[in-house]
Design a protein around this ligand. Sequence first.
Ligand SMILES: [Zn+2]
Length: 327
Amino acid sequence: MSALPAELQSLVAKGRAKYGQSGSRVKPKDGRNRYRLLLNPTKPWVDLGVHWIKPEKDAKPIAVVGCESVVHDKPCPICTAVDRAIGAAIDDESKKFYEEWKVKKSVIINALVRTKGEESDDPQILELTPTTFDQVLAIVQSHAEEGINLFDPNEGIDIVIEKSGRAMNTKYLVQPGAGTSKPVPTEAMKKLHDLEAHIEKEFFRGDETKALNAIAATAGVSVAGLLASSPKPKAIAAPSATNAAGSSVAEDDETETTAPATPSALTGATRTKPKPAPEPEPEVVEEEDETVEAEPEAPVKPAAAKPAVAPAEDDGMADILSQLDDL
Ligand SMILES: [Zn+2]
């Protein structure tokens, strides 16, 4: 028996992230949850930001779209559109509703679930609110000061996250795991998820237009020009392939909204009115935890996407043929 070469291993891991069931993220449940955090050396943890665009309060989102600003550090057309909607809101009620469209932030990281009765050696993607993750990092730091690397597969230790309360009152308490922390099996370290690939697959499926149109229709604001500045939907991320995989995303009940005070990075150019003083944002915004099935997309392929590829191939083929002729 020979071992899989290292390059192939990472290729396989990437393939699994792309084709496999990387669609599910786990979140702490009520009560005590024990995890062992695992670091993917290339990207130990990743910020996730998602816009859940609902047509009305308590409705199912009609578009679930990753935030370019949070995820890719680029201007986000949805953030801009949401700001426009909030700015144009005719009353407090609609303003409050539009604010639910703002990005919800979380942090994702690889982890083994070690809660009693749920132990598994298959790494999961653990999703935590930013403030919970900050508690995690504080524990990492205090252990580092004692010379302990909490993330070390052998010498590291588990953490326990205790979730209590509901909705707006949900609380997370993070503590180092008591007792012995079992080492991480070598196999598990080979199965780490590619966190960035996961985000691309789940949240950048080409639904930006849908989200913008929904915002325009609901809030009566113009979203003209916003799509042009957004990155082109990737050909591979296009319609059916990803949706057919049955990937689904569950709306978060505890992810955090951004502080609304950072318009500059997002929409410096378009914002002219002074922003009203932001109200304190609750850490917990959503009560429900519904699952959005990947709906079969109306097959509105961007017409431009296809022809761009074909001629190039034809040229290549022509070249080859002419080379053959030369022989
Ligand atoms: Zn955004």
